[in-house]
Design a protein around this ligand. Structure first.
Ligand code: SAM
Ligand code: SF4
Length: 328
């Protein structure tokens, strides 16, 4: 079987599939407060196009699909997409990253469609701070959505927390404690330079070691060896209750083990979150290309994947689009 292997021997097995760039929140670390231009609806891939490309990718060894955006639950009928791709031969799991606003009404539909893992963004346990970070007063709705997901048996439920100095770093302990009394795994994410408002500065990043120091105050923790291609380094509380993970893209990049590829809502392949080149898959999907032509395109494209991002290099250049438009 042909595989998607890059020049450094990394084999792609995971796809981040963005179904929309639109969002009903305006998180300060992701989007500007206003003036966002959306992808025109005719430029967005249809569900049939997405299903076709997922099927082609499974023939190249892709096994795990994560649906993201923008806010994926803003795309009407997303549960039908999940249902169809989760049945494809070769797809091992379909999961989603969501801001949770629509989860209250969607959780059961998603589970029934075959969704088996969900990451919900919740940066604070304090409604006022949540508002400050997301620019929306949606805290209660999101919490209700997470609780609804819990009732459906969607598992695992992970809570994504982007930690920003001076905003929510004083809540690291409380958020870590949440993993001890609720069936949620907490994922602390270092703030990356992908925000639409040019707010990112290195001194706003709370590093993995700073996060660990605070989490250790809750109770004794130990690192558990995990799949190196998982972006999170996993720690468990030694008394057996609770797990946290830290995604240290800035302080400890994990590019050497990256096995992901991204597809934007308008059909561009990105070989890295920070890639400066976007590869136009949509023109193949909408032209008269055969599945074999598209496989050849993907095999060529993956050869352009670089060894790693250069956030920590003084000559770092931000990608053209911000996180919500790429698909986080
Ligand atoms: N709207 C959904 C959500 O917020 O969960 C899915 C898309 S969002 C772009 C995916 C993830 O990226 C979220 O967990 C979000 O917190 C994270 N994210 C966005 N901007 C980020 C940044 N600049 N640095 C680190 N993580 C970021
Ligand atoms: Fe929207 Fe998610 Fe970005 Fe927040 S992180 S603005 S919820 S896409």
């Amino acid at each position: 079987m042909s595989q998607l292997i890059d020049r450094f021997g990394r084999v792609v097995t995971k796809l981040r599939l963005s179904v929309t760039d639109q969002c009903n929140m305006r998180c300060i670390y992701c989007m500007p407060s206003q003036g966002v231009e959306w992808i025109a609806s005719e430029e967005r891939l249809t569900f049939d196009e997405m299903k076709r490309i997922v099927n082609i990718m499974t023939m190249l060894g892709v096994r795990k699909i994560r649906i993201t955006g923008g806010e994926p639950l803003l795309r009407p009928g997303v549960e039908q997409l999940i249902s169809s791709i989760s049945k494809l031969n070769g797809v091992d799991s379909v999961s989603m990253t969501t801001n949770g606003y629509f989860l209250y009404q969607y959780a059961k539909k998603l589970y029934d469609a075959g969704l088996r893992g969900i990451n919900v963004s919740l940066d604070s346990l304090n409604p006022g701070k949540f508002h400050k970070m997301t620019r929306r007063k949606y805290f209660e709705r999101v919490v209700e959505g997470i609780e609804e997901a819990e009732k459906t048996n969607i598992s695992p439920i992970k809570i994504n927390v982007v930690v920003i100095k001076g905003y929510n770093d004083d809540e690291i302990e409380d958020l870590a404690k949440l993993s001890r009394y609720k069936p949620y795994k907490i994922r602390f994410i270092e703030f990356m330079p992908l925000d639409g408002g040019n707010r990112w500065k290195k001194n706003l990043v709370v590093t993995k070691s700073e996060i660990l120091e605070k989490v250790s105050k809750v109770a004794e923790i130990e690192h558990t060896s995990n799949d190196p291609s998982d972006p999170a380094r996993i720690y468990k509380f030694k008394d057996g209750s609770g797990e946290i993970g830290i995604i240290a893209s800035v302080s400890e990049p994990f590019c050497a083990d990256c096995n992901r590829i991204r597809l934007t809502a308008d059909g561009k392949i990105m070989t890295c979150l920070f890639a400066l080149d976007e590869h136009d898959l949509k023109s193949y999907l909408r032209g008269d290309s055969t599945d074999e032509d598209i496989m050849a395109f993907l095999i060529r494209t993956i050869k352009t994947k670089w060894a790693g991002h250069s956030i920590n290099n003084p000559h770092f250049v931000k990608p053209k689009r911000n996180m919500s438009a790429i698909g986080g």
